[in-house]
Design a protein around this ligand. Structure first.
Ligand SMILES: [Zn+2]
Length: 302
């Protein structure tokens, strides 16, 4: 009996010592004039974060939240002790040839003007689609803008496809298909944990340590509905939640990889620099999820 107790204590201690840590980040936001549930979704996420005492960061994009009403919803994050970054105005993809540098820099500035007066604002920029430039000029000029404006990159270490699972969530919800929603919930939690483990594994393989992670999620219905399950799922696997400010102290977020096209998760970049073979590009997209969804009994195809 005593031996069992000692073993349990030791395992517990080693779990604490080796706990992997992550912070939560939520992108985009919703426009209440387009999405009737926008405020509810935002509130539900904030309620869960408050319940678990997790301080997160939100990266709103002006075009996603609309006008004044959307901004008021986002302001709630700052009022409740979370941080607010900048995700630009029009949610531009810097890799697109038609997105020119001057317009992109203007777009970043417009985001700054909209969000910098909000309580909780921090000068961090999250690249839409995690695309940091398809040319040397774009990549380096945007990095220069960040430096001149005392900005840091709002980098991500764990990328996932919550936006795709959200599409399925909305579809099944509309069809009142509870059986599929139940399966989707299992698949979704599995997917997030799997991605976290994957990127952490890449970090261990290259850096030899588990960094302080930042998980990319979105302000969307699926996360409003299942955030508690997500948090519980991570905790069960030994993950510890930290706030975004603490996470961003990890030196990996200071790295500016000399890769082109630039972007994706910072750990994906590190892996590329270290010559890890068979990295997916793009690192995450809907098509990768079809086999997993099928495994969970959901037969969705494009
Ligand atoms: Zn976005």
């Amino acid at each position: 009996m005593l031996q069992k107790i000692i073993l349990c204590v030791c395992l517990g201690l080693s779990n604490i010592a080796l706990a992997k840590s992550l912070a939560l980040s939520f992108d985009d936001g919703l426009d209440p004039l387009i999405h009737s549930q926008a405020k509810q979704i935002n509130n539900d996420i904030l309620i869960t974060l408050n319940k678990y005492k997790i301080d997160a960061i939100v990266y709103p994009s002006l075009s996603k939240i609309g006008g004044k009403e959307g901004l008021e919803i986002i302001a709630e994050w700052g009022k409740q002790g979370h941080r607010i970054g900048n995700h630009g105005n029009l949610h531009l993809n810097l890799h697109k040839n038609e997105v020119n540098l001057a317009d992109y820099l203007k777009d970043m500035q417009q985001g700054h003007q909209a969000f910098s007066s909000l309580h909780g604002f921090v000068a961090r920029y999250r690249f839409p689609f995690l695309k940091e430039g398809n040319t040397l000029e774009k990549r380096d000029s945007v990095r220069k803008w960040l430096k001149t404006h005392n900005y840091q990159s709002g980098a991500v270490s764990i990328d996932a496809s919550d936006w795709y699972y959200n599409q399925l969530f909305l579809k099944f919800q509309q069809e009142k298909d509870q059986a599929s929603l139940d399966k989707l919930k299992q698949a979704y939690i599995f997917h997030l944990l799997d991605r976290a483990q994957y990127y952490d594994g890449l970090a261990l393989q290259t850096l030899g340590r588990s960094p302080k992670h930042i998980l990319l999620l979105h302000v969307r219905a699926i996360n409003a509905a299942w955030l508690e399950n997500i948090i519980d799922g991570f905790k069960k696997q030994g993950w510890k939640f930290i706030d975004s400010h603490t996470a961003y102290q990890d030196p990996i977020y200071k790295i500016q990889p000399q890769t082109l096209p630039a972007g994706e998760s910072i750990i994906w970049n590190i892996a590329q620099i270290y010559g890890v073979e068979k990295l997916r590009y793009p690192a995450e997209e809907a098509a990768y999820e079809y086999p997993l969804l099928q495994k969970f009994g959901l037969h969705v195809m494009p």
